[in-house]
Ligand binder design. Structure first.
Ligand SMILES: [Fe+2]
Length: 444
């Protein structure tokens, strides 16, 4: 079943339950959402073989099986063990194997060794998923309002946590498949005709302003989006769309990867150590650039947004182009009037799409979906931020060092997961996520 049809089926079941059991709306709504998200993870793996699900192609990549079990461990650890009286783990050792980085939740297995674990098998990991799902069903069905008040915020955090892992599952299986000379196909998709040569980006001007940055408290947000605070944003211009493959090819053709004047010192060191000559997954084939996608090995489409570039590459490209990366505050200000629309994981393209020339006017496009946009802002706490006490306080706060903020989501992000205030973060050399670049400029 495709993810979209799995969601539709879950929605129908939930609607039926609501109709049959009036008065239990809150529980039903939470359970419908819970199953919708859990089913979507399962649907993403529907075409994978067990052999696909156990490979760890580099330390940053986790095997699919691990994602399936770790997202389950999250609900078991933070919901069932805390709120379900007398709950006992069927397999207590899973707590060690599937804890990722929560020191307050106990010891954990080494991240870089996840690919060496053949047991539990993929089937057993899936059994673990359905067993925990049944326990959550049971707990919620019997919970009174007071207990629901306690459970709901953690359950919703678990939904968003699982959506983050859905994105990782996709980018990780892409990296796994890319190691295979047979170039396996994750999901067939029609070969799109190469986009027409795309017009130059327009630059949209923004006046200096004091703006409210961060989440306003309505609905869910991660703690790193708070506290909301005022920031002075000087005048700037922002490109109407992300940089395309064709534009990036011009940087490569101009020897961009061999000219230190465009690179940060650490970036220059990385380029030389890693022998980077192009974005991740690009290969020169009979004089032309090809790239590995989740739908197979294809000629690079010049009109698509460039993706799988590091912060270092995004920054070097911007220097070469006579521009710079936006700050996260400029990006958030610019996104204020942009609808949260775009090419997201629900569209099942698993690849960024080209903008049509008819859309390439003096407005912002593709701010959401397609590719995460590197900003020049270091990932650091907003004024007044304090991580919460306990294990869940480890979710974001402890990573606020040596990473850069990315904005807007990608073709592997859920539409219901992203926000204008959402702060993703990665180290500057990482490029296995769907990461791209949008240029900014100071007033001319
Ligand atoms: Fe996690």
């Amino acid at each position: 079943m495709s993810p979209a049809s799995a969601q539709a089926a879950t929605d129908q079941v939930a609607a039926k339950r609501d109709h049959l059991r009036p008065g239990l709306g809150r529980v039903e709504r939470l359970l419908a959402r819970f199953h919708q998200i859990r089913d979507f993870t399962n649907a993403l793996c529907a075409d994978l073989e067990p052999e696909d699900c156990v490979v760890q192609s580099m330390p940053d990549v986790s095997p699919t099986k691990w994602h399936l079990a770790h997202t389950t461990w999250f609900f078991e650890t933070f919901i069932l063990k805390k709120f379900s009286p007398g709950y006992r783990s069927e397999i207590p050792q899973y707590a060690y194997l599937f804890n990722s980085y929560y020191n307050a939740a106990g010891n954990m297995h080494r991240r870089d060794l996840r690919g060496l674990i053949s047991r539990p098998t993929v089937t057993e990991a899936k059994r673990y998923r359905s067993s925990i799902d049944s326990h959550v069903d049971e707990l919620l069905s019997k919970a009174d309002e007071k207990l629901l008040d306690e459970i709901e915020p953690i359950l919703i955090l678990g939904f968003h946590h699982e959506q983050q892992h859905q994105e990782l599952l996709i980018t990780d299986i892409k990296h796994v498949f890319a190691q295979n000379p047979l170039y396996p196909v994750f999901r067939e998709s029609e070969i799109r005709p190469q986009g027409a040569a795309i017009r130059l980006p327009q630059y949209i001007d923004f006046e200096e302003a004091t703006v409210e940055i961060g989440h306003d408290g309505h609905g869910f947000a991660y703690d790193n989006e708070e506290p909301r605070h005022r920031a002075l944003v000087s005048a700037f211009s922002l490109a109407s769309r992300p940089v395309t493959n064709g534009e990036y090819m011009a940087f490569i053709a101009d020897n961009g990867y061999a000219r230190p004047e465009f690179w940060l010192s650490l970036g220059w060191m990385t380029v030389n150590e890693q022998r980077w000559q192009a974005p991740l997954y690009w290969t020169k084939h009979e004089g032309a650039w090809w790239n590995f996608t989740l739908s197979g090995f294809r000629a690079v489409d010049e009109s698509e947004p460039v993706t799988h570039i590091s912060y270092f590459e995004a920054d070097a490209y911007a220097n070469w182009a006579g521009a710079r990366l936006p700050t996260e505050f400029e990006w958030e200000r610019a996104a204020l009037d942009c609808p949260i629309e775009g090419n997201f994981v629900e569209d099942e393209n698993f690849h960024p799409h080209a903008l049509s020339n008819s859309e390439n006017n003096k407005q912002l496009h593709q701010m959401f979906g397609d590719v995460w946009e590197w900003t020049r802002s270091a990932y650091s706490p907003y004024p007044g931020y304090r991580a919460a006490p306990g294990a869940l306080g480890e979710y974001n706060g402890k990573f606020m060092c040596n990473q850069y903020v990315l904005r807007g989501g990608s073709c592997a992000t859920s539409r219901s997961h992203i926000r204008r205030t959402y702060r993703n973060f990665f180290q500057p050399e990482k490029r296995w996520q769907f990461t791209g670049v949008r240029l900014a400029r100071d007033p001319q």
